[in-house]
Design a protein around this ligand. Structure first.
Ligand code: MN
Length: 255
């Protein structure tokens, strides 16, 4: 029997494990904002917006790239207003609305779901909370050096649902171009199949039993400074140059 040796080994292991965990924890805490930002670049896209797990008061998650990183399609000026003003305003409004309520400690998804279930009485909260979620999802749906073609399981599912990747791009462009007035075009997983859907205003597939994989914001504030009335050109450029298929694949993997 070598209980004492075993006990020493265990103690040593415990100490090493403790030190490793402590060091990791300290590093993670110190570097949390940087890690969140790094995790959102296209090679390692987060599958859930960082804000989703934050307790209220909710915070604006960091943009997953520099504000000029998409400027072949979306200028830093547009990002400045869209992320810095519009997204921020939805967040500030939501925080005011949930302050002092049971939703103060909920996740963002829970706030969106509760507001959607609340009907007309909760439409203000729904509009702001859903727009917070939609915008975080949109920033992660785009990436500098994006576009290109998905691969693997995602491509197989696209081929099965749409016939080809080219057909999916056509459907997504049509949805984005034909969404009347403000709204969103989405690639979603709906049960076992993939679909393209469009939603008006703040509406989101999240509350319709679907799993969003990618989205394109077609509110005028998303493109007007850069493209004016040429929404089809903005949509085509986003699809060709910015869509983050790694983010879509990660979302599909957990759908
Ligand atoms: Mn927007």
């Amino acid at each position: 029997m070598n209980d004492s040796n075993g006990a020493r080994r265990d103690a040593a292991l415990d100490r090493r494990s403790f030190l490793a965990v402590t060091a990791t924890g300290a590093l993670a805490a110190a570097a949390a904002p940087a890690l969140r930002a790094a995790a959102a670049v296209p090679t390692a896209a987060p599958t859930t917006p960082a804000v989703a797990k934050a307790p209220a008061p909710f915070e604006l998650p960091p943009l997953p790239y520099a504000d000029n990183a998409l400027d072949s399609v979306i200028s830093a000026q547009t990002i400045g207003f869209h992320y810095g003003k519009h997204h921020r305003a939805y967040l500030d409004n939501m925080n005011k609305m949930v302050a002092g309520t049971a939703l103060e400690k909920a996740t963002l998804e829970q706030v969106v779901a509760a507001a959607a279930a609340g009907g007309a009485d909760q439409s203000g909260l729904f509009n702001n909370a859903a727009q917070v979620w939609n915008h975080t999802f949109y920033w992660n749906s785009l990436a500098p050096g994006g576009g290109g073609k998905p691969e693997g399981e995602l491509l197989a599912r696209i081929d099965a649902a749409f016939g080809s990747f080219e057909k999916l791009k056509e459907e997504l462009a049509t949805a984005a171009k034909t969404q009347f007035a403000s709204g969103w075009a989405w690639l979603v997983a709906d049960g076992a199949t993939l679909k393209v859907v469009k939603t008006p205003n703040a509406e989101t597939p999240l509350t319709k039993g679907m799993k969003p994989l990618l989205t394109i914001d077609v509110w005028e504030h998303a493109y007007y400074l850069d493209w004016q009335n040429r929404r089809p050109d903005y949509v085509a450029a986003v699809i060709d140059k910015l869509l983050n298929w790694k983010f879509a694949a990660a979302n599909l993997a957990k759908a």
